[in-house]
Design a protein. Structure first.
Length: 56
């Protein structure tokens, strides 16, 4: 299974994929997912959107 994990919302993020949380809170959530067995497969930076692809 894969999922996109946005660290923060950019001004060009029209689909509103990243929630309205600060960057530090998102990193805490990312660390929680990693402790639950998710692995970072890649980091994507395309057209102003930056996100991790996570895999379990």
């Amino acid at each position: 299974m894969q999922k996109k994990f946005y660290v923060s919302r950019t001004s060009s993020d029209e689909d509103k994929s990243a929630p309205d949380l600060d960057r530090f809170r998102r990193i805490e959530q990312l660390n929680l997912l990693l402790s639950l067995g998710w692995k970072i497969k890649s980091f994507v930076n395309e057209q102003g959107s930056e996100f991790f692809i996570l895999e379990k």
